[in-house]
Design a protein around this ligand. Structure first.
Ligand code: ZN
Length: 87
């Protein structure tokens, strides 16, 4: 009787396909929840509240890039640290 080493397979699987977090929305009861699964996977996700099939949400919430937080790290005004006591 063959016994598959499921842990080893999962380990390899996760190494090749790192988990990503997705938002799923249940249109039946309006619940939005997060599911982690590999990026290339398209699992059938059901609502944890009512069991209805949920759909993935492609909202950009949480991945918002705002241009107002630009940091200027050009601070080379301080004198050179090589202040060796040269006589
Ligand atoms: Zn639901």
């Amino acid at each position: 009787m063959h016994h598959f080493d499921h842990n080893l397979l999962t380990c390899i699987f996760l190494e090749v396909f790192p988990l990503a977090r997705y938002d799923y929305h249940c249109s039946a009861c309006g619940t939005t929840f997060e599911v982690e699964h590999p990026m290339s996977a398209h699992p059938r996700v059901t609502c944890p509240t009512c069991g209805h099939e949920a759909e993935r949400v492609f909202s950009p919430s949480g991945i918002e890039f705002k241009g107002s937080g630009f940091y200027n790290t050009d601070q080379r005004g301080s004198g050179s640290s090589s202040s060796s006591s040269s006589k």
